[in-house]
Design a binder for this molecule. Structure first.
Ligand code: ZN
Length: 280
């Protein structure tokens, strides 16, 4: 069975999590290879204080050029969007990164410190729909400068309904505070990925409730994601195998994301990855 990871980090700065985690490219790639992960989505963190956004996007463009097995998402900086011409510059930057090969946009609501319906994000959602690339929304309270409210599905719901021609991937299943609201986000343009949160949810909800939740979301809407190297990859693979019925593993670990990604031209050069055993 092929495993594709929908949520991986590598930054040109080389570390994240306050310096605790080594996110240099070679470290990350060798970690993925060691688990036979064949393809991955690399996402930025929208934290301009830790990792300047232009440098991040330049780096991501290089990474995807050298590694066709990696899909790279665009980093955004909304801190200057209120200035004259600011929205236009934000849009132009996204278009430029799209034309350089990046194929998705990361919106990290906690690191931006805003709710999903912040006015500066509206053009981002609209443009993603026009370019036909998905938006990955961080949905897990915790990291600063954001507060509890920033990840709330109450705001996400409005956006996924209003921008119905834009595809969204909800990351981290809402964490403990919002996991019960996830059913309100079940719309045709929405998928969910499991990164980072499975050990916590298993501890908090127990195996049975977690399994009900994933069953309720629908196995066809779920992608395996890890948040590697911030989070332990092996634990998350084993929890997901424990929770998801075996007959659904293919879909959740790779089938769903391959089908979803076809719409956006992901991995066109690595179509026979699984058969040839080629890795990253
Ligand atoms: Zn992450």
């Amino acid at each position: 069975m092929e495993i594709i990871d929908a949520h991986v980090h590598s930054l040109p700065r080389g570390t994240m999590d306050g310096g605790e985690t080594d996110v240099r490219l070679e470290t990350v790639l060798s970690g993925l290879r060691a688990r036979n992960i064949t393809r991955a989505i690399f996402v930025p963190i929208n934290d301009a204080w830790w990792q300047p956004v232009d440098e991040m996007n330049d780096y991501m463009v290089e990474v995807v050029r050298k590694h066709p097995s990696i899909v790279g998402f665009i980093d955004i900086d909304i801190s200057k969007a209120h200035l004259y011409g600011g929205i236009e510059r934000l849009e132009k930057d996204i278009e430029m990164r799209y034309s350089s090969g990046l194929r998705g946009i990361k919106v990290h609501l906690q690191n931006l410190g805003v709710n999903a319906d912040d006015w500066r994000l509206l053009p981002v959602y609209r443009l993603a729909g026009e370019l036909n690339i998905p938006v990955m929304l961080h949905c897990y309270p915790g990291s600063g400068p954001g507060l509890l409210e920033n990840s709330s599905p109450l705001y996400i719901e409005k956006m996924i309904r209003a921008f119905r021609n834009t595809h969204f991937i909800i990351s981290h299943l809402g964490g403990i505070p919002y996991v019960d609201l996830l059913p309100h986000l079940y719309h045709d343009n929405v998928r969910f990925e499991t990164s980072g949160v499975l050990p916590t949810l298993k501890r908090y909800l127990g195996t049975e409730r977690l399994s009900h939740l994933l069953n309720d979301i629908g196995y066809e809407r779920i992608f395996f994601g890890s948040d590697f190297p911030s989070c332990d990859l092996d634990t998350q693979i084993s929890i997901l195998k424990e929770i998801v019925p075996r007959e659904q593993w293919n879909k959740v670990f790779s089938g769903n994301i391959l089908e979803f990604g076809r719409e956006f031209g992901w991995w066109v050069e690595t179509a026979d990855c699984e058969n040839t055993g080629t890795i990253l």
